[in-house]
Design a protein around this ligand. Sequence first.
Ligand code: ZN
Length: 281
Amino acid sequence: MTSVSVANLAGRAVLLKDGLAIDVEQRSDRRFSSDPMVVITQWEAFLTWARDQGRDGSEQPVNAGQLGPCVPRPRNVFGIGVNYRDHGQEAAMEIPKAPMVFTKFPSCLAGPVADIPLTSERVDWEAELVVVIGRGGKNIAEKDALDAIAGFCAGQDISDRRQQFRDKPPQFSLGKSATAYGPIGPAVVSLDAFANPNDIGLKCIVNGETMQDGRTSSMIFSVPQLVSFLSTWCELQPGDLIFTGTPSGTGANRDPRIYLKKGDIVETHIEGIGAMKNRCI
Ligand code: ZN
């Protein structure tokens, strides 16, 4: 089977194939919506249709500057703190016994090439695999969790450490939810793109220097465990997002510390998905 990648090009759902974009609503004669959120609610039928689409001359080149967040309006955006042992150790934080959950308010979402306006001199990067919920549900068993997922995209959990750690206890949600602090993309990629969906390489490169280089197989709580755990509390809906945590190599935990400055270029690379490139302003 061929994997399916769906992006948001100038606000419309497009299928990415061989570097070109196919407009979903037009090509499907309105069977599927131009709204990426609606497409995700019909994910199984959409995958079947999308795999059959070949070239017919209606494809458009992808102008990266027009790519918006591939999931523009999720109802919930969950973040998971300290989900890689090496990151927990570098941050001198205790390894959690259950997933440590916070919110990225959905208004922080941005596209894969969006500019990021810095809010202080202590803003940090966190490359993350992002789960896009498909069918979703409540009380999902771990063994059924991958069936509840539409796919994965790349994400940056941009974090203002000053806001996050200004007081005790820390304030994760606000410090990680400023405008454009949640770039996602470039596309939602179906799970069949991954040889092993529980072992995916991810990297963060800042100004050409590799800062993070990890694999999701070293998560403390795996994607199926996170989906199952969250679904015992919250009913997961199509398009809900889970930022699954970041590996070691964040700026605040380096010696000396490195924070983002105006003009810095943050690249987020995820195996099987592609890359995002965001500029700090
Ligand atoms: Zn994070």
